[in-house]
Design a protein around this ligand. Sequence first.
Ligand code: ATP
Ligand code: MG
Length: 537
Amino acid sequence: MRRMVDGVWLVKARCQSLSARNRAGANGQPPSGVDAMEHNNGSMQKELDRRRNEYQRFFELVPCIVSLQDRNYRLIDYNREFSSRFDPRPGDYCYRAYKGRSQKCEYCPVEKTFADGLSHYSEETGRNKDGTLTHWIVKTAPLRDDQGEIIGALEMSLDITHKKELENKLAQSEKKYYAIFNNIPNPVFVLDVDTLVILDCNGRATRVYGYAYEELSGRSFMDLFPAEERQRCRDLFRHADEIEQVRHLNKSGDIFFVHLRLSPSEYQDRRVLLVTTSDITDRIDAELRLVQAGKMATLGEMATGIAHELNQPLTVIKSASNYFMKKIRNQQPIPAEVLSEMAAEIDRHVDRAATIINHLRQFGHKPRIESAPLQVNTVLKSAFDMFSQQLKLRQIDVLWELDEHLPHVLAEAGRLEQIFINLLLNARDAIEEKWDSSNTAPGEVKRIRLKTYARGGRILIEVTDTGIGIAAGDVDRIFEPFFTTKKVGDGTGIGLSITYSIVKEFGGTIRVASTPGKGASFILSFPIGEANDIGNA
Ligand SMILES: Nc1ncnc2c1ncn2[C@@H]1O[C@H](COP(=O)(O)OP(=O)(O)OP(=O)(O)O)[C@@H](O)[C@H]1O
Ligand SMILES: [Mg+2]
């Protein structure tokens, strides 16, 4: 089906004469005689007709919308696809047929092509004749006559409705995810995986850190750490997927503790690291308060032992002072060497008492948060020192198996000591309970074994006792807060739960092995933390 309107023959006739002349010239054989001329003309005409039909067929069947327009945007010709989509009337204008408009579109590539003779491009939206919305990309090209004058503009439109819909869906889902990203209650950062420069961050990040978005983007994420933490964290960023507890700075220089989660991802075609930070300062404060409360409870529990420890130097001092007073009353001289010996003894015992009191005072201090490289053996001995006397009183043997060349761990001495004291107190109680119940086999001894060693990049500490042991059903519960099998007043059940949280804080693990009736063994493991693991060590 072909539609012809005014002017179309003009354009086509010009096209035909142009192609006929070209082909005759290309043939190169001058016609000879009238017959030959007639013959030639006849076959040329046939060839022309054949080609014209072929082009007409291409024009009709090409799978996109094609139209030919004159300078006034009137449709000179259009293909089948055009008429199947729109409803052109004879002599119709492009803008009416495409979009139902009464005048030309604001931006018209056909107008441009007529103006400068070049090809132009645009994206258009209109309606098909069934009323559905449709989008096209439009490209135009000039059609010229023999003199090079533009006699028409070819307009070709390709339907991109499906692509447009996908784009819209993508834009909507991007919008949705961006809204989620922006409203996540934790700060989220997108970092370049190699340089750790901030490429993007959400609204929460700007509020928590006090910077404007422009100040954060392009800044190194390492700037948010205090200088002494940077190297350690830079190393961790290479392989860790979370950093349990680390200090961060906001714009005003205030320090707060954060937990970081890192996950590699892709963002705008580049490899990035997504980092979420959670402020854990309040949690740490609460934990510290709990540890402190636990310490106070421990101090209370150790009071009897401590009294005994202090009694010993006091007894020595008392008997020395009795001796001096007796000598004075009897007006007897004190031999110089006895005086010096007794003064030295008093001095030694005052020192001993002072050490105990200092230790208690230190133990009672609020714990510090910073970790430092520590020798576990030293802390273990210091914890033991606190109540060695009570173990002696109860005739509990202590077996030391310390590896004297143990590498350091990264921890805080006060809290590490708290762990050992809790374990020692529990071991003491378990042994007491067993011997109180007279449930002992012949030859069994009251013993606590303290063992340290290094294995596989970790430091292990075992605290083993020959006490009552733990019933199979209780093993999974002993680390729960307030789980206790002790009599009311004897235990609150917080010792092991505090121990567990401190162990976790230093990147350690704790597990228990026990044979009920035979004893229990608590095995702690901490990563080796060399001095260079912390910036200021
Ligand atoms: N060495 C041990 N041998 C046997 N049972 C143990 C041992 N250590 C802990 N337990 C069991 O685990 C429970 C919980 O221990 P945890 O130290 O948390 O609390 P507690 O000692 O009962 O009380 P608190 O420590 O608050 O004074 C204990 O009541 C006991 O049943
Ligand atoms: Mg306990």
